[in-house]
Design a binder for this molecule. Structure first.
Ligand code: GDP
Ligand code: MG
Length: 301
């Protein structure tokens, strides 16, 4: 019988969430060929060990629970939040617990309030940068902060259920313990992904499609066929979409007078993305990209 479930990783930008994932998955998690019909937002890494599959998700809905997210992405993000089996709240060893960390801990608490709900885990990362005693005092600080939050929310049992881990995502120190803890709470379920898949970033394709849609609406006739959009960088909240065209003259048309067309495309696309997203658009001339085998390969056709 297999087990499979979802783990949300939340934390301020830069605390080391991506590094942790890369360490867990054991290879650079990058945009790979997307699986169609996957509705969840931001599946970032999939770990399959024997008969257990752990799917790590990075949900914008958890980063900023109060913001209104747009359209399709909204429901996907919410679905991901509703369905997780564990929440990892990550803070840094070497920085005082600030308001951002408090919000992260509070989000974890609110998501994990039910005794049979998702398992709450707090990870103190970057311990390689701090002395042992500083790591210890940071653990104490984060325990105290969570106790305060739990008291305020009248969720003392949540506090009792929370596990704390000092780790270094960079060196891998302590990471196996976190993996063991989340693996232990995965429910009985069939695998959601093929067991050789390590990442699935369907939203990358989706964002590229949104950009293309906006371009097509604004450009005439045959030009749309000469355009290809792809996400070249996806590191929430930073997304870079590359717009490939075949000729210099087309580049000019895509950019528009004074850059206006491209600007409008950016604005219209951003409106459909979760708040806080930084979208960058780059136009590149790739002569005859449609005809060139190597380019087509790279684009995943
Ligand atoms: P994210 O924004 O939470 O995904 O953070 P990243 O994984 O991108 O990491 C932000 C920065 O912290 C990068 O420069 C990482 O190399 C660094 N970092 C992450 N984890 C560790 C760690 O365990 N130790 C040290 N020294 N640096 C780390
Ligand atoms: Mg990251």
């Amino acid at each position: 019988m297999t087990r499979c479930g979802f783990v949300a990783i939340i934390g301020r930008p830069n605390v080391g969430k991506s590094t942790f994932l890369n360490q867990v998955i054991g290879e650079k998690v990058s945009i790979t060929s997307p699986t169609p019909h996957t509705t969840r937002w931001a599946v970032r890494g999939i770990l399959t060990q024997d008969d257990v599959q752990v799917v790590f998700v990075d949900t914008p809905g958890l980063h900023k629970p109060k913001t209104s997210l747009g359209g399709r992405l909204n429901s996907a993000a919410r679905a991901a939040v509703d369905d997780v089996d564990a929440v990892i709240a990550m803070v840094e060893a070497g920085a005082a617990i600030g308001p951002g960390d408090r919000m992260v801990l509070r989000t974890m608490a609110e998501t994990c309030w039910h005794p049979e709900g998702p398992r709450p885990l707090v990870v103190v990362n970057k311990i390689d940068r701090s002395s042992k005693s500083n790591v210890a005092s940071q653990l104490v600080a984060v325990v105290e902060t969570l106790r305060e939050i739990a008291t305020e929310l009248e969720m003392l049992d949540l506090f009792e259920r929370t596990e704390f881990f000092p780790i270094s995502a960079k060196t891998g120190d302590g990471v196996v313990d976190v993996v063991a803890a989340v693996t232990a709470v995965m429910p009985t379920s069939p695998f959601m992904f093929p067991d050789d898949e390590v990442s699935d970033v369907p939203e990358a394709t989706y964002v590229a499609e949104l950009v293309r849609e906006q371009l097509v609406r604004r450009l005439r006739e045959e030009l749309p066929h000469s355009i290809h959009c792809r996400v070249s960088e996806y590191e929430w909240p930073h997304i870079t979409v590359e717009i490939l065209v075949e000729r210099d003259s087309q580049k000019g048309m895509v950019i528009g007078k004074g850059g206006q067309l491209l600007k409008d495309v950016g604005i219209a696309t951003r409106l459909q993305l979760p708040e806080g997203c930084f979208l960058e658009l780059r136009v590149r001339v790739e002569p005859g990209w449609q005809a060139r085998e190597d380019v087509l390969d790279r684009l995943g056709y």
